[in-house]
Each structure stands twice: as C-alpha cells, then as structure tokens.
Design a protein around this ligand. Structure first.
Ligand code: C2O
Ligand code: CU
Ligand code: CU
Length: 489
C-alpha cells in the first residue's frame, strides 16, 4: 500500500491549492460540455484532421490459441492515429482498441494476458459474471514480464462486454493509453433473431483524447511516474478529439439497409448525447447486460462512460448519396461530431427488428431482502488539505467491506450522485433500474447519474462468492478513490 500513501500525500499537497479550481472547472464552464460531463477540457496542440476523412477501423476478432483459450499480449506500439503523426499506445496485442473476443454463453474460456508493458496491469472484463480471482481486482496486478490466466465462465446472456485496465490508482491513464477492447457474448436467443449481421454488425468504441504536438496522447499526470491526475483535472479528463475505434471522427460507407451498432462509451469522463443528422430514430435493442424485452426508439441517446447500447440504424430511410453525421448534442466545437456515415449504395436487406427480443424477468422491490444507500460525492478538503472522491464519505481502501450481500438474494441499492455526474458501475451483479423515469433499460451494470440525481437499482447477487468492487466509472474519480468493496457471502 505504499503507492496509496504516496497518492494521498501528493494529492493532498496539490489539492490544497486546487480544490476551488476543481469545482470551478467541473461545473462552471457554462458550456454544454462541462455541464453534461464532470471534467475539464484538455486541448490538443497537435494538428487535428478534418472530420470524416479517416475511414472507420473495425477491430480484429481474436483467434483462439487452442480450444477455448486465448492469448493476449499487452505492449506498447506506435500507430498512426492522426494522419502523418505517430502516437505511442499501450494496447492489447499492441492495438487500440484491442482485438475483439467473441464467445458463447455458458462456454468457459481462459484468456492468458502477458504484460510486456513497463508498468503493472490488471485486466477486468466489464459486465462479466466472473469468479472474484479472475475479475481483475485493482490490486491483483500482472507485473511487467509476467502473465496471468483469467477464467471466464460466461454464464450470462448474449451482450456487449468490454475488457480494460483496472490497475489501482492508474486506471485512468492506462485506459487512456489504449488498454480497452470489446468482448461479445453470443447465444441461441440472439442467433434466432433476424438482426443485421456479418459486415452489418459493427462495434463502435467512442473515446475522447487530447494530443500533444508530436502526436502523443496527452494525459495530465500530476507527476511523471506517480499516481494522480493534475488537480485541475480531478473531475475528469475531457479530450477535444473524438475517436471511434481509435480513429479521429471517422467515416463509414454503408448501404441503404439496416445496421447493428454496438455502441460503447470507453471515454474516461465524457458523456455523449448521440443524435443522427439528418435525424432518424436510433432503435435500441440491447443494454449493458443483453437484449431488451422489446426495442425502444430514441431521437437522441445519452451515453455515460462504460455504458453500452446495442442499436439498429436503418439507412434505407436516407437516399443513396446522403451523408449522415452521428453528432454529440453534449459537445461543443469539435466534440459536437462523432463520426459520419455515407450511404454509398442501395442494398437488399432481409433483416428486421422484431417486436419481442428477449425474455426479461422484471425484478420487483418486494424481492429485495436488504436496502442500502450509497452517496457518491467529493470528500474534503480535510484538515490535511486532502480532497478525494468518496462513497458514503469514505475513500477506497482494499480492506474495507461496505456490504455483504448473500449469494442468491436481491437487494435494493439507492445510488445518489452529488456535486457532478457520476456513472456508477457495479461488478458481478446485474441490476434493473426501478426509477419510473428510466423504464425499458433492461439489465444494466452501469447507471448514469446526473448531478443531484438518485436511482434505485435492484441487484441480483448470484454466480459467485467473494470480494468485488463497485465504483464511479469516471476514471479520474475512480483513481481518486470513488470505489468501495462488497463481499458476496
Ligand atoms: Cu469497467 Cu470496475 O470497471
Ligand atoms: Cu466491471
Ligand atoms: Cu464520479
């Protein structure tokens, strides 16, 4: 725990002066951007490309290295993200996004991660129902030069998961460097649906980054090699360049048919409100933890960090030749745009969006055997001058357990966000949001809370016993200790 002490000392010292600056930057910018996302905008000094000039990359699907076995190497690589410049990334197999893992429900796989980075790393399968020793607990590091086998039973419905770094105190900078990839679980229920597939089923990982003049990612660490983001970015790092699958404001040619997109917000802190221009509805078919009971049409789609939206866009509503921009209503300047589709040709389409997608057993409050309340708020500055982010007033410690749900039970948790928005993610236990204003969200693992917002969630604790974390998925908040442990007993 030496690093933790160090972080407390450095954070404490720095934030003595910075805590007022922090509240100003998190809420007072006056533009859309800082009202909708907790964070401070970091501007690139590199020349950014014209939007919609770089083609959308599709991450490669990882080939198994044996029956139900996969090998991934985490390493640094130099890649061209901005045309004409090189960016050093840290990537799974040296790519950003990492390779997509495709698995089947109930078919256990083992993924061996080798760490060829110069720093410790932890891998978490976000949204996975995973035994505790393979869940990527923040202190279960793979040392440089080491490797670790993660066992994933994947006994859960088809959905879009993602894997990413989860190293204590360093998740923000390490994910920012590129340590994130998709993991898709498929099953028979989904296979039986007439949804678009093959080349018309595309994962979209949305992130924001700032680039230094030489093309490198700019992440504002307080001190090189030490934990902690610079104090003015304590509320979150917002980049000014939007990347989709690692490419700046890319463009994708489509046919005038339906496409299925698995949207993931893998940004450290930025929230998006996605809308098509010219507008057509975005039809949601799935959420974090799988298919919805029935499709839901959205004119615009708010997406908080770590949330996934499985959606259908029907490009036959547009004329061939039409350019369709995926915009971000929460953005300003360059961050108003995400990517562009060009309807390049007509096409035949036998896909449909059925009225019924999956059976979802609704949980009811009467099933909850325990109620708990967790408030996510800024903590301090204390008399030591220390400010962190906290859950119920407590900064994260690996030794403190705040809840001990019993295996096989349902609990009601009231989650409350103070000061700024907090996207709250709970490991292991999928939940349903019971708030009447938020219907039809299906099974989730991350809930988007606006500042002052409260949500009640019904969690089902099944699968495995052991110690897991829940936390804010604004990665700067997470690194600055907005995280807590529960133990399933
Ligand atoms: Cu996506 Cu605890 O993480
Ligand atoms: Cu997770
Ligand atoms: Cu937060």
């Amino acid at each position: 725990m030496r690093r933790r002490k160090l972080l407390q000392a450095t954070v404490g010292g720095l934030l003595l002066g910075a805590s007022s600056g922090c509240s100003a930057s998190s809420g007072g910018g006056g533009n859309n951007e800082t009202e909708s996302s907790a964070g401070t905008l970091l501007r690139s000094t590199a020349k950014l490309p014209e939007p919609f000039t770089v083609p959308l990359p599709i991450p490669a699907v990882l080939r198994p290295s044996g029956t139900d076995r996969y090998d991934v190497t985490q390493r640094a690589a130099k890649v061209e993200i901005l045309p004409g410049l090189t960016t050093e990334i840290w990537g799974y197999d040296g790519t950003f996004p990492g390779p997509t893992i495709e698995s089947r429900r109930g078919r256990q796989i083992v993924v061996r991660h080798r760490n060829e980075l110069a720093v410790p790393a932890v891998v978490h399968l976000h949204g996975g129902r995973t035994p505790a020793d393979s869940d990527g607990y923040p202190t279960d590091v793979i040392k440089p030069g080491g490797s670790r086998d993660y066992t994933y039973p994947l006994d859960q419905a088809a959905t879009t998961l993602w894997y990413h770094d989860h190293t204590m105190d360093y998740t923000g900078p390490q994910v920012y460097k590129g340590l994130a990839g998709f993991h898709l679980i498929r099953d028979d229920v989904e296979d039986a649906l007439p949804l678009p597939r093959g080349k018309r089923e595309i994962p979209l990982m949305i992130t924001d980054r700032a680039f230094a003049e030489d093309g490198s990612f700019h992440y504002p660490m307080m001190m090189e090699g030490m934990p902690g983001v610079a104090g003015e970015y304590m509320s979150g790092v917002l980049g000014d360049c939007i990347l989709v699958n690692g490419a700046p404001w890319p463009v994708l040619e489509v046919s005038a048919t339906r496409y299925r997109f698995r949207i993931l917000n893998a940004s450290n802190a930025r929230r998006y409100k996605l809308k098509l221009d010219p507008p057509t509805p975005i039809v949601q078919i799935g959420s974090d933890q799988g298919l919805l009971a029935a499709p839901v049409e959205h004119d615009d789609l708010p997406v908080a960090p770590a949330e996934r939206f499985d959606v259908i866009i029907d490009f036959s509503r547009y004329a061939v030749g039409q350019q369709v921009t995926l915009t971000n209503r929460f953005g300003s300047g360059g961050t108003k745009n995400v990517m562009r589709f060009v309807v390049a040709r007509s096409g035949s389409d036998d896909s449909r969006v059925p009225d019924r997608l999956a059976e979802i057993e609704p949980l009811s409050r009467s099933q909850a055997v325990v109620q708990r309340q967790f408030t996510f708020e800024r903590n301090g500055p204390s008399h030591h001058g220390m400010t962190t982010w906290a859950v119920n007033g407590q900064a994260f410690s690996p030794d403190t357990i705040v809840a001990e749900p019993a295996l096989g039970t349902v609990e009601l948790w009231k989650l409350r966000a103070q000061n700024v928005p907090h996207p709250i993610h709970i490991h292991l236990a999928p939940f349903q949001v019971v708030d009447p204003g938020r219907t039809a969200t299906g099974w989730k693992d991350t809930v988007d809370l606006a500042s002052g917002d409260e949500a009640e969630v019904l969690l089902r604790f099944d699968g495995y016993r052991g110690k897991y974390v829940f936390h804010c998925h604004n990665l700067e908040h997470e690194d600055m200790m907005m995280m807590a442990n529960f133990r399933v007993r």
